[in-house]
Ligand binder design. Sequence first.
Ligand SMILES: [Zn+2]
Length: 285
Amino acid sequence: MAASTTPEFVASRAVGEATVTAISDGSGRSTILRSLSAPREIWRREVDADEHDEVVLGYNVAHVRLGAASILIDLGFDDPGPGSQWGPPRHRRSPGVPAGLAALGVRPEAITHVLITHAHGDHIAGGAIERDGRRAPRYPNARHFLGRADWEGNPARAQPDSLLARHMGPVADAGLLELVDAEREVAPGVAMLPAPGESPGHCIVRVASAGAAFYFLGDLFHHPCEVAHLDWVSDGRDAAAMRASREALIAAALPSDALLMTTHMPFPAFGRLRATPDGVRWVEA
Ligand SMILES: [Zn+2]
């Protein structure tokens, strides 16, 4: 039998009968913690940041295989290269999400569902490509799910060069966009759950199979310090909503010892919660 090799930007875990795979779309230095709601001298004690208060963030998406469903959670960036609209100068790209899917033997046409945690650029910019001179959905047979509050009333829709218009517009035009208002089972064992705070329509994803559970958390937490301190939130987020969403996740995931994954912790960004005398902490898994 031919030896198969998994590239270093792809990592799989079993969750019951599901296979969950983290795909790195790159990493980069970020200033996100500079605006944390905690005083600098407090958070600096717990965070390994550089002299500019910057930390390295991962950019990760997930693929879930369960029964007949082949599900991509978040779209990542557009294709690496000179035409990319995503270009923080110190950002290191991986070969990209489609290359990660190819390593799993998954063609874009075979994706059945795309679950989008929220409409920030780093989560949606892989949504559309040029095809025959027009922009078209990259995953042409997938139903795409997005929290309604990140689509309706989002001013970026009216800006033709925004990542939302360029990458979600063609998906909506193709009739492939479905908006999520409340907990929604999108495939047997797989549900989107509203978890607002990072954005008004932010959702997380739960996979339940054979007594095991997995949650893809999107930007519910960017860094482990936010797990230990549920009220630590960076600028531009709804702090009260974020805290409530975090508490709901902990109430669900801690008793079941669920496997978790976030977008922005270092690849593969898998973890679990552990109870502490005064709360919870994140441990890598
Ligand atoms: Zn993000």
